[in-house]
Design a protein around this ligand. Structure first.
Ligand code: ATP
Ligand code: MG
Length: 407
């Protein structure tokens, strides 16, 4: 049973002075998302991280290794910044202090140990026909090249089992990674979610509806290293009623990527009543401007530097170029719309991958259902401003902002 996870992260993003911050944040996020109680140690060296899991914890919880490794795997898939990881076995080099050159005997013994472990690792795979060894020598002081190790270990496995080397299309691969800290063996590389660690790029506030789009937009922004807090407008009298809706489920799913994200709840009712005096085609644009204006004020309070929405060009009446222009008019905080150019199929597929899709499909009485009667597709900004003055938009925003709740 392996209690070691070898983690590789995006090298390209690591250039320059951000490297240290990126790595520290990544370690902190791994600890938070995997769960500090499951981790014995986490270290970084030579552009990789090694996570040592607490065996006692797993043995107490489950005697079968598959269950614990799949739990850790599942959680690591939620850590942005990881390009891939592998459950690995480690072989230590005992004569580390004196180095390879001074102790020839020690070195030969070390290679023998690697060889034995590779043969042991190949055992469950030996029912297959072909294999290959893929060595990476991160420690260039190691006296054998990667190619030499590949053929040496390949021959040993070929002698031990009835399998043949196939470099092009092997049935299984044994990866051997030689580092200054020891040699790691693994047979499966799991692709991570890539991107940048959450919290390395500042904070934004996402307008979270119960739809399919806004959770996906939020996820894409988290993947770029942003801390995303959420703001949801509901039609209940009190925020706690949201607990039993799909908004709580969506928040729970998105929080797996960032357990510290906050959900702010604003009641929409007061705005709905002032809206009555406005002609119906303008309800939707006013409602959307109300959301953005309130989000702008909240952003300033919580230190968010942009607003995120799930808008997608031309999907619905409120997402024509004219509507989007009217929406942003007079708004000073940037509005990020990461889904603008996506097709509905692409958004849906992404929602399924990140597991928000099913929750988004659940029925919910959202604010849009109260305002979307044949909305204007080309709202005039002069009229928008006139109606806003008439209903006292700014005062209503102030009043609702003062009653905002945190989930
Ligand atoms: P979604 O699937 O995200 O709801 P949509 O295609 O249904 O998107 P709209 O309902 O027009 O589009 O909403 C556009 C965007 O406005 C949403 O993506 C979201 O960012 C924001 N939004 C809509 N309703 C709410 C709400 N009740 N609370 C917070 N934000 C909202
Ligand atoms: Mg919607």
């Amino acid at each position: 049973m392996s209690n070691i996870v070898l983690i590789h992260y995006g090298e390209l993003a690591l250039k320059g002075k951000n490297r240290g911050e990126f790595e520290n944040k990544l370690m902190e996020n791994i600890r938070k998302i995997v769960g500090a109680d499951l981790i014995k140690k986490i270290r970084r060296f030579s552009g990789r991280m090694v996570l040592e899991l607490r065996e006692d914890k797993f043995l107490a919880e489950s005697p079968t290794s598959e269950i614990h490794t799949s739990l850790v795997e599942e959680r690591l898939l939620n850590v942005f910044g990881i390009s891939w990881f592998a459950m690995a076995e480690k072989i230590d080099f005992e004569l580390k202090e004196s180095g390879f050159s001074s102790g020839r005997f020690g070195f030969l013994q070390y290679i023998q140990n690697i060889c034995n472990k590779v043969i042991e690792t190949a055992k469950p795979l030996a029912k297959k026909k072909t294999f290959k060894i893929e060595t990476v020598r991160a420690d260039k002081t190691f006296p054998k090249t990667s190619m030499e190790m590949n053929s040496l270990l390949g021959e040993a496995v070929g002698r031990a089992y009835d399998v043949k080397v196939s470099l092009k299309n092997p049935d299984f691969t044994i990866f051997v990674e030689i580092t200054r800290e020891g040699t790691y063996l693994y047979t499966k590389k799991v692709r991570g979610p890539e991107g940048l660690p959450v919290g390395t790029a500042g904070k934004v506030l996402a307008l979270l509806s119960g739809g399919i789009d806004s959770p996906v937009a939020s996820w894409l922004m988290m993947r770029r290293g942003l801390r995303v807090d959420y703001l949801h407008f509901h039609t209940f009298l009190k925020g706690f009623s949201v607990r039993h809706t799909k908004i709580a489920s969506l928040y729970e799913i998105l929080s797996r990527y960032d357990p510290d994200a906050k959900l702010y709840l604003a009641s929409y009712n007061e705005f709905h009543s002032v809206l009555r005096s406005v002609p119906k085609p303008y309800h939707l644009i006013l409602f959307r401007r109300f959301m953005v204006k309130l989000a702008q004020r909240l952003s300033q309070k919580i230190g968010a530097r942009a607003i995120v929405t799930g808008d997608n060009l031309s999907q619905v009446a409120s997402q024509t170029m004219e509507s989007l222009a009217a929406l942003d008019c007079g708004i000073s905080v940037p509005v990020y719309r990461p889904l603008l150019g996506f097709t509905k199929e692409e958004i849906t597929e992404r929602a399924k991958n990140i597991k928000t899709y099913e929750a988004s499909l659940k029925p919910y009485r959202d604010c849009c259902s109260l305002v979307s009667f044949s909305p204007a597709t080309k709202p005039k900004i002069e009229l928008v401003e006139k109606y806003e003055n008439e209903i006292g938009m700014e005062e209503t925003v102030d009043s609702i902002l003062s009653g905002i709740e945190v989930f």
